[in-house]
Design a protein around this ligand. Sequence first.
Ligand code: ATP
Ligand code: MG
Length: 208
Amino acid sequence: MTRGTFISFEGGEGAGKSTQIRRLAERLKADGADVVLTREPGGSPGAEQIRDLILNGDVDRWSPVTETLLMYAARRDHIERVIRPALDRGAIVLCDRFADSTRAYQGAGGEAPISLIKALEEQVLGGTTPDLTLIFDIPAEVGLKRALARGGEARFEAKGLAFHQRLGEAFLEIARREPQRCVVIEADDAIDAVWADVWDAVSTRLGL
Ligand SMILES: Nc1ncnc2c1ncn2[C@@H]1O[C@H](COP(=O)(O)OP(=O)(O)OP(=O)(O)O)[C@@H](O)[C@H]1O
Ligand SMILES: [Mg+2]
């Protein structure tokens, strides 16, 4: 039985997820909580190796279906070795991207069949789904500008504005369909203003 709390951060490139999730981890740790901060793709040694295959190289290196399968291979290892053990001992798991990113990037953006993605969610997640998901909403051009200024892994950043606009829509659609799980965070704002909304959503859900 799960005793911990699983929170995922989702949304397009440069929306501020990694910036805010680090701040949340620090805040919760300062309160004495057992916090595991992790990310996808990656989060376990094997999954980090798969991350490298997914995020680097030519923009068309993988077909959408191959990319989906790589994502789920990485996700399964991450769940088995990091997320599940942490939840079982009662920790708060903060995950920078999770399954909704596959729906958005490989599904809506890359056009992998939604039937495949749903089957993988059912068979591979094994019920390990977030209790709360913060969906960072930002105009694609604003997020891309931030991400390009930051540098780093750039395979998805290279896919062009229309791709990133589809992503934003796909994340909002997920939030509309699952209002109990998802909270939309208006991310085109100053870091402290976004943080206030993040903390409000998390502290409400955790009953702090
Ligand atoms: N509210 C903000 N206003 C302006 N700049 C920001 C804001 N939040 C983050 N940034 C900056 O924008 C860049 C991207 O932020 P961050 O890496 O947190 O985004 P991300 O959502 O994790 O992106 P990715 O999906 O590419 O991992 C960083 O350089 C960060 O310092
Ligand atoms: Mg990030």
